[in-house]
Design a protein around this ligand. Structure first.
Ligand code: PBG
Ligand code: ZN
Length: 326
């Protein structure tokens, strides 16, 4: 009688060093972009209840926070601003003395080699909380574009290294690219939130940035979570318009989309591991229901495995520390 034939996959798992040799994906601190929230005032550090471990910082304390970020080997931060006042057209977003502009100048002066990404949107600056200007009950696409382009130029003037438009207006990459070029910022890349879903996972962020829409929702500009083909259309048009990086957001429920985008494009792909994903892990960890370190490193590894080249994550500092320990 012939012996039963089967494969011995466990041969490659017997020894930790062999496992390390055949490991296909790795994460490192330099892969991360760390999101930070900046607020007016001095000596302010406001914890965000739904995002344990994440705070709003005034500019003076933000600088101390960036010292830690740099020491941990994290390459980059993305800044979100909480302005002192809001209005219908979000004028705080494109004010050269706005919160983000001042924060960017201060951070770049302190850490010239830390890459500062500016999130280009109006929702933190509008009194209605939408990502563009309102006409009737909806966001007016083309009227918003002009303000978003002004915002991007103002952020670049302040020293932002990368412009990351998150507003989901049609044509935002084209209009921002043209405005940056005309203002002499041909060298500044656009990291486009190309594939951004209308997601419940942004809840905690809207507490942190005080940017919850005051009426309606974002479904007329952000994507339907059920759609996959549409993600390819969004990616394709942003490439044609001149994007240099493509973001997929959220990440964890959208790993299939990250892989699709990765397989279809020749640009670096960025996964945004958003606030709600962070909050769920933190809540479970605080209850002792999961091992935070293991869960976080596994989650971030899965995003890289899915095809992300870069990960925006609130876990960046913890993950960088844990990776150093390992
Ligand atoms: C602003 C913006 C949002 C996020 C990043 N930029 C919120 C939104 O679209 O409502 C979400 C980030 C997160 O949840 O961590 N347009
Ligand atoms: Zn917005």
């Amino acid at each position: 009688m012939n012996p039963i034939e089967f494969k011995r996959h466990r041969r490659l798992r017997t020894h930790p060093t062999v496992r390390a040799m055949v490991r296909e994906t790795s994460i490192k601190a330099a892969d991360f972009i760390y999101p930070l929230f900046v607020t007016e005032g001095e000596n302010i550090r406001n914890p965000i209840a739904s995002m344990p471990g994440v705070d709003q910082f005034s500019i003076d304390l933000l600088l101390k926070e960036t010292d830690e970020v740099v020491d941990l080997g994290i390459s980059s931060i993305i800044l979100f601003g909480i302005p002192s006042g809001k209005d219908a057209v979000g004028s705080g977003a494109y004010d050269d003395e706005g919160i983000i502009q001042r924060a960017t100048r201060a951070v770049k002066e302190r850490h010239p080699n830390l890459v500062v990404v500016a999130d280009t949107c109006l929702c933190e600056y509008t009194d209605h909380g939408h990502c563009g200007v309102i006409h009737g009950m909806d966001v007016d696409n083309d009227a918003s574009l002009e303000l978003l382009a002004k915002t991007a130029v103002s952020q670049a003037k302040a020293g932002a290294d990368i412009i990351a438009p998150s507003n989901m207006m049609d044509g935002f990459v084209a209009v921002i690219r043209q405005a940056l070029d005309e203002a002499g910022f041909q060298h500044i890349p656009i990291m486009s939130y190309a594939v951004k879903y209308a997601s419940a996972y942004y809840g905690p962020f809207r507490d942190a940035a005080q940017s919850t829409p005051q009426f309606g929702d974002r479904k007329t500009y952000q994507m339907d979570p059920a759609n996959r083909m549409e993600a390819m259309r969004e990616a394709e048009s942003d490439i044609l318009e001149g994007a240099d990086f493509l973001i997929v957001k959220p990440a964890l429920s959208y790993l299939d989309i990250i892989r699709d985008v990765k397989n279809h494009v020749l640009l670096p792909v960025v996964a945004y591991n958003v606030s709600g994903e962070y909050a769920m892990v933190k809540a479970a960890a605080q209850n002792g229901w999961v091992d935070e370190k293991k869960i976080v490193l596994e989650t971030l590894t899965s995003m890289k495995r899915a095809g992300a080249d870069i990960i925006m994550t609130y876990h960046a500092k913890d993950a960088a520390r844990w990776l150093e320990e390992n």
